[in-house]
Unconditional design. Structure first.
Ligand code: ADP
Length: 634
């Protein structure tokens, strides 16, 4: 095939620009990334060699510094790439969400850049931090296609051509930048490999010129990594630093993990697992494609796949790590993993372990747990909704903000219920757009007057989750915007008396309001939740809430129009005034206008747009004129 010059995908160009021009805190990691790619490529061909013995080879990764030519070569005898694979893998970024991510990168100040880039994992492109030019030659294992030569100077384009190569694999030659010559030094290469790639199972060989006894120089090869799989070693022999480095290798993140779980399961299912909880949610964690993320799976130290989603339920997809099973059959095909009972057993076992570690964390290191929950709470909520078996345990892991505590402070249901005053019968919550809006909601007036705390929920999925928790430790979870509150006997009888009196006094007014607002309101009644506002809208006990209705609308989903209950505050002077007006002249046209305004006010306090805002504002203006006249006339 002829030589071609191609343009990088726009996203790649932007990423390259960032990698090359923004100060990256740690250039060393380019070698970690290239070695990780090489090891992945070997893992892949070794897996194929289980069924195609002709592909067997002495697996190795070579690092060759050349001081006379200023180049560093990293080569492997892994699976290699065809020409089209080179174009696809090296010229484009397949990761979804890249565009959004790059936009975030551009917006952030340079201080946060390294961390953000670290979250993304720039992989191969990180080599441009240290190189002016990169040549890559690759030949695909088991294919007759010629090898491919790819050359780029890290600008907008690259060239691609046929090449000669005997063995399958990939060889990458970096033409080092003048200020990066340090990467030609044996000690530097050894240091980096020891730090980041020591546990790579395949030998990493340093091939370099060494002085001989007779003072002449000769090429020598030396294995510079210990090749010990970290997850197989006893936990008490592994330092925190080693765990961190392995996490870096696994996740390509440049940030430390929040927590690691090193676990050895025995009994009906035997496996070793080394799992990590990241310290920050990755930028694309809400991306549907992320759902396919999974753990790396090894069977008896043989790499099977870098992503086995069936090892964990979907809601734990933020966890990174490795599982090495000693009792799954080695000849298992990747397609068969899904329905394998052995995999299911590991899955169950891991979930139990992860939940118990999180429980441990919430009890022992609350600050760390809070930070975990702030970033990953959404996943736990998803679990409450989807994992019936572990639902009760997951509920214990939920944290919430509450009305009586400062913004950002988080409490568990246990903590909330322990602090409930004796006369409070239910656990109250309210869902809405933001804390600021919720704090002012008229639905909370009575609860606030009693100093009853209320869980504040601002994530759109919260309401769904809470609906699947009808009660906690014998106490009902109750939306502050629905149905009637369960009150202590004394308050209940006081409220009943008051309501009874109001019903008698305002019978005609209530009837009038019901009739006038018939098409929007299914009932008009006296409220037990209002102490300040004249009115509010509430939903029936089993109806979807106003918040839920808004969410459906935002998603453009059809929902039958819900008629709500208009609650009136029996103590508000407006009610008495309206009643007087009605008594004076029940056919006064102003009455209907006021009824509609009352309803519009209730809508506004819920943050629901009015059907006819112009009419509303005209009416308010008229009222203001009347009010001002009254003032002046005094
Ligand atoms: P990542 O490794 O995160 O996928 P990279 O940018 O490092 O991202 O690499 C992109 C892709 O290029 C890899 O997924 C792999 O398919 C291919 N690739 C990179 N290096 C090699 C290599 N040494 N051998 C075979 N394929 C490689």
């Amino acid at each position: 095939m002829p030589e071609e010059t191609k343009k990088f995908q726009t996203e790649v160009q932007e990423l390259l620009n960032l990698v090359i021009h923004s100060l990256y805190s740690n250039k060393d990691i380019f070698l970690r990334e290239l070695i990780a790619n090489a090891a992945d490529a070997i893992d892949k061909v070794r897996f194929e060699s289980l069924t195609s013995p002709s592909l067997k080879a002495e697996w190795q990764i070579k690092i060759e510094p050349d001081k006379t030519r200023n180049t560093l070569r990293i080569s492997d005898n892994g699976v290699g790439m065809t020409r089209s694979e080179v174009v696809e893998n090296i010229g484009t970024i397949a990761k979804s969400g890249t565009r959004e991510y790059l936009a975030a990168l551009k917006k952030s100040d340079s201080k946060n850049l390294p961390e953000l880039i670290g979250q993304f994992g720039v992989g191969f492109y990180s080599a441009f931090m240290v190189s002016d030019k990169i040549e890559l030659v690759s030949k695909k294992a088991g294919s007759d296609e010629k090898a491919t030569l790819w050359i780029s100077q890290g600008e907008s384009s690259y060239t691609i051509d046929d090449a000669e190569m005997v063995e399958h694999g990939t060889s990458i030659t970096l033409h080092l930048k003048p200020d990066c010559k340090i990467y030609l030094e044996d000690w530097k290469i050894q240091e980096i490999v020891k730090k980041y790639s020591d546990f790579i199972e395949h030998p990493v060989k340093l091939v370099s010129m060494k002085k001989q006894k007779d003072e002449s120089s000769a090429l020598e090869e030396e294995i510079i990594n210990s090749q010990k799989a970290i997850w197989l070693r006893p936990a008490n022999e592994i330092s925190d630093e080693e765990y961190k480095q392995f996490y870096g290798h696994l996740s390509h993140f440049d940030t430390d993990p929040l927590l690691h779980i090193h676990y050895s399961a025995e009994g009906t299912s035997e496996f070793k697992a080394l799992l990590f909880i990241p310290s920050k949610a990755p930028f694309d964690f809400l991306n549907p494609e992320q759902r396919k993320a999974g753990l790396h799976l090894y069977i008896k130290r043989v790499f099977i796949t870098e992503s086995c989603p069936d090892l964990l339920p979907e809601y734990l997809r933020f966890i990174k790590g490795v599982v090495d099973s000693s009792d799954l059959p080695l000849n298992i095909s990747r397609e068969m993993l899904q329905d394998n009972p052995g995999i299911h057993k590991i899955n169950k076992n891991l979930v139990r372990k992860i939940i118990s570690e999180l429980k441990n964390l919430i009890e022992k290191d609350r600050e760390k747990y809070n930070s975990f929950f702030t970033d990953f709470g959404r996943f736990i909520k998803e679990g409450v909704h989807s994992d019936f078996q572990n639902k009760d345990k997951l509920i214990e892991l939920l944290l919430f903000e509450t009305l009586n505590n400062a913004d950002g402070k988080l409490f568990s249901l246990k903590e909330y219920s322990e602090k409930m005053p004796a006369e409070q019968k239910e656990i109250y919550y309210i869902c809405g757009e933001s804390r600021a809006v919720l704090e002012k909601s008229p639905h909370l007036e009575f609860l606030r007057s009693r100093n009853f705390d209320v869980i504040l929920m601002t994530d759109p999925i919260d309401e769904w989750i809470l609906q699947s928790i009808p009660e906690y430790s014998g106490k009902k979870l109750k939306s502050a915007g629905k149905g009637d509150f369960e009150l202590d006997e004394k308050t209940k009888s006081e409220k009943e008396d008051k309501t009874k009196k109001a019903v008698e006094e305002h019978k005609t007014l209530v009837e009038f309001l019901k009739k006038t607002l018939e098409k929007d309101v299914r009932e008009v009644k006296f409220s037990t939740r209002l102490t300040e506002s004249p009115c509010c809208l509430v939903s029936g006990e089993h109806d979807p809430s106003i918040q839920m209705e808004k969410m459906f609308k935002a998603m453009n989903r059809e929902m039958p129009k819900m008629k709500r209950i208009l609650e009136l505050n029996p103590d508000h002077p407006l009610v008495a005034s309206l009643q007087s007006l009605y008594d004076k002249n029940s056919s006064d046209p102003k009455l209907a206008e006021f009824a509609e305004m009352l309803y519009d006010q209730a809508l506004l306090t819920e943050g629901i747009p009015l059907a006819d805002p112009i009419k509303f504002s005209k009416r308010v203006a008229t009222l203001m004129v009347d009010g001002i006249k009254g003032e002046i006339g005094k």
